[in-house]
Design a protein. Structure first.
Length: 546
């Protein structure tokens, strides 16, 4: 029996090493150490490192890494390409022209991004200074030669960010792009370029169209000809409806399971209604007045993830209707709307979750003390909750929203009185703590409380003592009152004994604007940030996802 591991075993081990460290720098350090063991380890590690070499160096700050990477890639050029670049662009030393790389590095690369190609061009041209007058000319030559190199030498490209260069004309492109899985493009790319790609790329699973500004017949054909398109992301600032792209997406309805919109919905809502296999719908339209009311007709029976972030007001009834169109598969519900919903909207919304979402795991809820019984019923019915976020709505929350539209003048004394009353009207955190202990969602690993809450140090301590021995809890607090040092002592104690997971606290202390003569003054806010430094220095956001 051989005392050495076979290359297949080593490859599995090295693959598993990726992502364990939690940082690209540590991951790179671990893999680089494997290069020095022996030839077999070196060959196996090089293959993994060069699969996606761009991710191992910081794009903006790691200039030494990019310089080394660029020089190695230059060594991989054919002698003819080196001479072209030397003649027209860069006067390299003769030793660099004749030097050969130790490995066929380019053959391992599976991820190609136009952004990274441009970075290599900039790195090479900055290292070997030539006339600024000819920069664009020289950079264009190097960029074309790089794409020619990758198309001819890469054996299997799985990720491609489409450049403006017509890469299909380069030798080898039709072979290396047949296994393309992830594709990033723009509707402003040439229609002819998409038609050329459609001849060789039929297995794209993930597609990002950014920007998606207008219909493109070539892109429509490329989408329609895919065998198993599963995920699509559309980014549109203008919000023009791309009906042909919408029709192309409908042709993929049997395989398409995830669609994300950023800024605006840029396909007809009827397209969404026809995507019956959809499992994930994300509409991220922050700061843009986007009307989503047409979604009320959508039926998405297999939906598992529903996320809508929209700063423009939409009736909560719309989201309630969407939830009721599902068939019990929803695991994640995130809504972000302004202004806050009313109590009359909250009750049917929560009841729809109770009735239609027995498998819910991740949810954001608005909370008032009037819906305490509804929350209790929710915790009793939905036993798979892992991530629970409660945003407290109080009289203060409603007053705060009306402040900005109120034209009446206030004096400082009146505002201070309102602040004192507001704290008394904040939601009772202790009652929610008691409810969580009473109902105890066995899978709960993260609790977020935001908005207008009130609870004492003793009430927080009692809750954490009762939680001891259960799942360690990520606790995140965004509270509208100043938490003193005594809170940090309690949190540190329970962090140390394992009840709370390490470094997970975020407190955003309030800034109460004083409105006087129609002008809001934030000058009194400094006194409310007394303990902010402690939280700032001890907080790291946990990486949690469903």
């Amino acid at each position: 029996m051989s005392p050495f591991l076979h290359s297949d075993c080593l490859r599995e081990i090295f693959e598993h090493m990726q992502g364990i460290s939690g940082s690209q720098r540590e991951e790179r350090k671990s893999l680089l150490s494997c290069l020095l063991v022996n030839r077999l380890w070196c060959e196996t590690t090089v293959e993994i490192l060069w699969r996606n070499p761009w991710r191992l160096g910081n794009f903006y700050t790691d200039e030494n890494y990019w310089l080394s990477l660029s020089k190695i890639i230059f060594l991989c050029f054919s002698k003819e390409q080196k001479n072209i670049i030397k003649k027209d662009c860069i006067n390299f030393k003769s030793s660099i022209i004749t030097q050969e790389p130790l490995f066929n590095y380019i053959s391992y690369i599976q991820y190609l991004s136009n952004e990274h190609i441009v970075k290599i061009v900039e790195t090479l041209t900055n290292e070997y200074n030539f006339s600024a007058i000819l920069w664009n000319y020289n950079a264009n030559i190097i960029e074309n030669e790089l794409w020619k190199l990758f198309m001819s030498r890469c054996s299997c490209v799985k990720y491609l960010e489409l450049p403006s260069t017509s890469i299909l004309h380069f030798p080898g492109a039709d072979q290396c792009l047949t296994s393309l899985c992830e594709f990033v493009c723009s509707t402003y790319n040439s229609s002819k370029l998409f038609l050329d790609l459609a001849q060789v790329c039929r297995n794209i699973k993930k597609m990002v169209i950014n920007p998606c500004g207008d219909d493109n017949e070539g892109l429509e054909a490329l989408i329609s000809l895919q065998n198993n398109l599963q995920q699509v992301k559309l980014c549109s600032i203008e919000g023009d409806s791309c009906e042909k792209i919408g029709k192309a997406l409908e042709s993929q309805s049997k395989s398409l399971t995830s669609i994300t919109f950023e800024f605006c919905i840029c396909v007809p809502v009827t397209t969404l209604c026809n995507l019956t296999e959809l499992k994930s719908l994300k509409i991220l339209v922050k700061d843009i007045d986007t009307d989503l009311e047409d979604l009320i007709c959508a039926e998405l029976p297999k939906l598992e993830i529903l996320e809508i972030i929209n700063s423009a007001y939409q009736p909560l009834d719309l989201y309630t209707s969407l939830i009721q169109s599902t068939h019990g598969f929803l695991r994640k519900i995130h809504f972000g709307i302004a202004p806050h919903p009313s109590e009359g909207e909250l009750k049917p919304y929560i009841n729809s979750i109770i009735s239609f979402c027995p498998n819910i795991e991740d949810i954001i809820l608005w909370y008032t003390e009037e819906i305490y019984d509804d929350l209790e019923q929710l915790l009793s019915s939905c036993r798979n909750i892992k991530y629970l976020s409660l945003e407290a709505l109080s009289t203060f929350s409603n007053l705060e929203e009306s402040w900005w539209d109120d034209d009446d003048d206030y004096d400082d004394d009146d505002d201070q009185e309102n602040i004192d009353v507001d704290y008394n009207l904040a939601c009772d955190g202790a009652s929610v703590f008691d409810l969580l202990i009473k109902k105890f969602p066995h899978n709960l690993v993260q609790l977020t409380l935001s908005g207008s809450w009130r609870f004492s140090v003793l009430e927080l301590e009692t809750f954490l003592k009762s939680w001891k021995g259960r799942n360690p809890l990520y606790l995140t607090l965004f509270c509208d009152f100043d938490m003193g040092e005594e809170y940090s002592v309690i949190l540190n104690d329970f962090q140390s004994n394992g009840t709370l997971k390490v470094d997970i606290f975020l407190f955003i202390l309030p800034v109460y604007p004083v409105k006087k003569n129609g002008i809001r003054n934030y000058s009194n806010s400094e006194s409310r940030l007394t303990h902010y430094d402690w939280f700032k220095n001890n907080y790291h956001q946990p990486h949690i996802s469903v």
